[in-house]
Design a protein around this ligand. Structure first.
Ligand SMILES: [Zn+2]
Length: 355
């Protein structure tokens, strides 16, 4: 099966969600309450839920009041719990939670060592409500630290974002925020690389692909986040082929037949490969330069706005840099740079007009 053309949308948040896990302790409850409330107020919209050690129940927090209104009841509900973290981490892992887990406790959960050397362990921050350090390898911060300092430790910035997938080749894209977007081709694989900045990322993408392309998000710590693209109605208008100006038609025809043309500038005959008239100027005046241009007998299409153009029913593509790739044994294989007026599809010729 050749790759098909898909219209996709990706929307992701760079700021990681946070799960709060509290120790239900009578003696230090006031301090735990204070830190928890401070964090909830400082992280609006980012609290994925609140848990008590030893209980898999998730207490939802949409706004800070959810905490202050309900916490007395939740506190009573969790009397006598053993400080187990396994059930909570298992649930979060099963739900594919990729945020940070903040454990606010005076002592380590009794079963924490089951998670050493796991990716989940790297997502845990202990806000220690005791004087003495938990020691290595626990990622901890003193619970008497200012909320700002705890927030600093909590941040887990995104280092790398890219879209890839089986048979993936981007055709065109719109990325917000758009900055220094790069398309790489390595080991027969295309990647749309997006340097992360800001809080949010939105991508509209038209692509050739076998399966649904996926967005990979790699943070400083913890597991890689993978988000599948959502199919959407075509975001991009069809490409507009334009009429070849009458006086350039003989030039293009000569290119297609590899013959000669009467130069519209000096009125002498030039071979088709002459793109600069020796007595004048650029021959293909009015047609964009420094990008790949496709021609039919009547029309032309510059690939300046789109990254690539699919050919041969999705088994071939040409990029705006004029590189041709073929779909072979389930991969995009680089073939060659387009030559002058090369026939690249039924009734379609291409050239890369450099200056
Ligand atoms: Zn000439």
């Amino acid at each position: 099966m050749p790759p098909r053309i898909l219209d996709l949308c990706f929307k992701v948040n760079f700021s990681a969600p946070i799960a709060l896990v509290l120790e239900r302790s009578e003696t230090i409850w006031e301090r735990i309450y204070k830190v928890t409330e401070g964090l909830i107020r400082s992280l609006p919209g980012r609290i994925a839920g609140l848990y008590f050690l030893g209980n898999t129940r998730r207490y939802p927090i949409s706004i800070p009041r959810d905490f202050t209104d309900h916490i007395p009841g939740w506190f009573m509900e969790n009397k006598g719990r053993v400080t187990l973290i396994n059930p909570i981490l298992e649930t979060l892992k099963k739900d594919g939670f990729k945020g940070m887990v903040v454990v606010i406790a005076a002592k380590l959960p009794v079963d924490i060592d089951d998670w050493l050397d796991t990716e989940v362990f790297e997502q845990i921050l202990f806000v220690r409500m005791a004087e003495e350090s938990f020691g290595e390898p626990y990622n901890e911060i003193d619970g008497s630290a200012r909320i700002d300092s705890i927030m600093d430790v909590l941040e887990n910035p995104v280092r790398e974002v890219f879209v890839a997938g089986k048979g993936f080749a981007p055709i065109c894209y719109e990325v917000n925020p758009a900055d220094r977007i790069k398309i790489s081709y390595e080991d027969s694989e295309f990647r749309l690389k997006i340097p992360p900045h800001g809080e949010k990322l939105e991508i509209h993408l038209k692509a050739l692909s076998e399966g649904i392309p996926r967005l990979h998000m790699i943070r400083e710590r913890g597991a890689e986040e993978i988000v599948a693209g959502k199919e959407e109605a075509a975001w991009f208008c069809k490409q507009q082929w334009q009429r070849i100006p009458e006086k350039l038609k003989p030039v293009i025809e000569a290119g297609i037949s590899k013959g000669y043309y009467r130069c519209p500038q000096c009125d002498e005959d030039h071979k088709y490969d002459v793109l600069f008239c020796p007595y004048g100027d650029i021959v293909l005046k009015g047609i964009p330069l420094n990008t790949c241009v496709l021609f039919t007998g009547e029309n032309y299409l510059p690939l300046s706005e789109w990254y690539a153009y699919p050919l041969g029913n999705g088994r071939k593509l040409i990029t705006r840099e004029g590189n041709i790739y073929d779909w072979e044994t389930g991969e995009w294989i680089f073939s060659h740079p387009v030559s002058l007026y090369e026939r690249i599809d039924n009734g379609v010729w291409g050239l890369y007009h450099r200056i």
